[in-house]
Design a protein around this ligand. Structure first.
Ligand SMILES: CC(C)(COP(=O)(O)OP(=O)(O)OC[C@H]1O[C@@H](n2cnc3c(N)ncnc32)[C@H](O)[C@@H]1OP(=O)(O)O)[C@@H](O)C(=O)NCCC(=O)NCCS
Length: 174
């Protein structure tokens, strides 16, 4: 599984990515709107990578490691996930998500990677509707989802505040 865009390579996670994953998930700025505290032990990051690898096998899809072509570095993750645990009353639907190290913010990478994952989901996997959610105060993520064509169809409450629920139908994907 490999998706190539202008600036990025999206590919399956490997256990060797745990150091970069730890850099990402231990960063309080990255985790500000995620609803779980930053991780404090690299073993947690290795465990997350193992869970994602299991999802590739069980569900045929899971978040993808994002490599910046220019630097060759793993800069975050992006992509689709099958929601096997209920969120906002939805279960067994495909969800779009992304997360990057701050030094790579503001370069258009979230949008570029999301667009490629949506293209794969709608055209290769033939998914009818892709969902997403973001904390109401996460201005960047809410902006990106709207720019991708997502429609806000609901709100739900999490322990850390209000989240917005979005959906995008294949027929509305440009
Ligand atoms: C949210 C996040 C993924 C954005 O990544 P990014 O690569 O910087 O986003 P992009 O460069 O693709 O930005 C796309 C658009 O969103 C806008 N945007 C990005 N961050 C923004 C912010 N904090 N506030 C307002 N607008 C923002 C950009 O200006 C750009 O707008 P434009 O195309 O209309 O000019 C990144 O900040 C991040 O990893 N945050 C921590 C994890 C997270 O919150 N993930 C989402 C959980 S729902």
């Amino acid at each position: 599984m490999k998706i190539t865009t202008k600036n990025l390579i999206l590919r399956h996670f490997e256990e060797t990515g745990s150091k970069r994953m730890f850099l990402l998930d231990s960063n309080p700025d990255v985790m500000k709107y995620i609803g779980v505290p930053p991780v404090t032990d690299i073993q947690e990051s290795l465990h997350i990578i193992k869970m994602i690898s299991q999802q590739y096998q069980d569900n045929g899809v899971g978040r993808l490691a994002v490599i910046e072509k220019e630097s060759g570095l793993l800069i975050g993750w992006s992509g689709l996930k099958l929601l096997t645990q209920e969120i906002n009353g939805y279960k067994n639907v495909y969800d779009l998500g992304y997360r990057f190290l701050p030094e790579f913010w503001g370069k258009g990478y979230a949008f570029e990677s999301a667009k490629a994952s949506l293209d794969f989901g709608f055209k290769d996997m033939n998914i009818d509707v892709i969902y997403a959610h973001a904390h109401s105060e996460n201005a960047g993520s809410n902006h990106i989802l709207k720019k991708l064509g997502f429609e806000k169809t609901g709100e739900f409450t999490e322990p850390d505040g209000i989240c917005y629920w979005y959906e995008l139908k294949r027929k509305n994907f440009l």
